[in-house]
Design a protein around this ligand. Structure first.
Ligand code: CP
Length: 335
């Protein structure tokens, strides 16, 4: 699709269903070619600047490996490696990097700032900008999730029962962008989406309203429950994962009361764990997914995440590579 060359990838919402289906087809094709050992120099001598405000295993390495496999290279940047830590603006960063390389990719999850930062980069960049996760969206993860679902259930996902559930965790205040965009994306493709969460951890109301509209358009459905067990009943796919409240994740040290409130809310829901009993409430062929990293023993038991009949987490993670390559091929080469 030639018109995709130069298109930013900030959220799947900016891409039509036809364009997303094209990325899916491309991802499956690239995976098959890699398995056959086929080599491509599609992006030879091209550079992707990767700017990470937060840690990453899958996103960083799928992008880095992906561009290498296309004959190009990546620069792995953090704010302290460039002049952002001295206050250089998104506009100046985007224009300067865009005049040197061929794409800018960025992760910035600070609540109420990350998506604005990505959009500021995109507004000024002469090359495509790719969102590697912000406070509201994680589009690269959405593609890998959709790809693994297609591998397990077939290309048409219409009518599948998918449950996005909040789960308890202690490792860090996980961003809300993954469940938000999953709700928005999967309602567009006709799935029956259930969101289960404690009252204290709702999704953003404006996004919920949009997702109801998408579900109606696609003849799918969207419902909510505050009961994790009820959320699991009859599910073909469960995605239990922690998310924090609406907080400035970079400002905990300035907001001790907000932090204490979050901890108190978290402590009330230690029983929100994905375990064998709950998997037994779902469809007999249910699949367990997680974007990773998972808090083992908190979000999910080892008996579930290591169960090869249920868990498809490693296929899901591997697909980050094939889908990242598809996004780069489409936006940098117009494939
Ligand atoms: N799922 C995901 O984005 O993983 P990383 O944070 O390791 O990139």
């Amino acid at each position: 699709m030639k018109h995709l060359k130069g298109k930013h990838f900030i959220t799947t919402e900016d891409w039509s269903k036809e364009e997303l289906e094209h990325l899916m087809d491309l991802s499956h094709d690239l995976k098959a070619k890699k398995l056959k050992g086929e080599v491509s120099n599609l992006l030879e001598n091209q550079t992707v600047f990767m700017l990470f405000f937060e840690q990453s295993t899958r996103t960083r390495n799928s992008m880095g490996c992906g561009i290498t496999q296309f004959g190009g290279n990546s620069h792995d940047l953090t704010p302290d490696k460039v002049q952002i830590s001295h206050g250089e603006t998104a506009k100046d960063t985007a224009i300067v990097l865009g005049r040197m390389g061929h794409a800018i990719a960025c992760r910035c999850c600070f609540y109420d700032k990350g998506n604005k930062y990505l959009n500021e980069l995109a507004a000024h960049s002469p090359v495509p900008v790719m969102n590697l996760q912000c406070d509201l969206y994680h589009p690269m993860q959405m593609l890998a999730d959709m790809m693994v679902m297609q591998e397990k259930f077939g290309k048409n996902l219409q009518g599948l029962n998918l449950t996005i559930s909040w789960a308890y965790a202690e490792s860090h205040a996980k961003p809300i962008s993954v469940p938000l965009e999953q709700m928005l994306m999967f309602t567009r493709f006709g799935m029956n989406v259930t969101v289960a969460h404690p009252e204290e951890f709702p999704l953003l109301p404006a996004m919920v309203d949009k997702a109801h509209g998408y579900a109606k358009e696609s003849s799918g459905s969207l419902k909510f429950t505050n009961d994790m067990d009820a959320g699991f009943e009859g599910a073909h796919i469960v995605i239990p994962k922690n998310w924090g409240g609406f907080a400035n994740f970079d400002k905990w040290e300035d907001s001790p009361q907000q932090w204490e409130q979050m901890q108190a809310n978290l402590a009330k829901h230690k029983d929100w764990i994905c375990d064998e009993r709950r998997m037994g409430l779902a469809d007999p062929n249910v699949k367990y997914m997680h974007a990773l990293p998972a808090d083992r023993g908190k979000e999910v038991t080892d008996a579930v995440i290591d169960n090869e009949k249920w868990s498809i987490i490693y296929d899901e993670a591997e697909n980050r590579l094939h889908t990242a390559k598809a996004v780069m091929a489409a936006t940098m080469a117009g494939v």
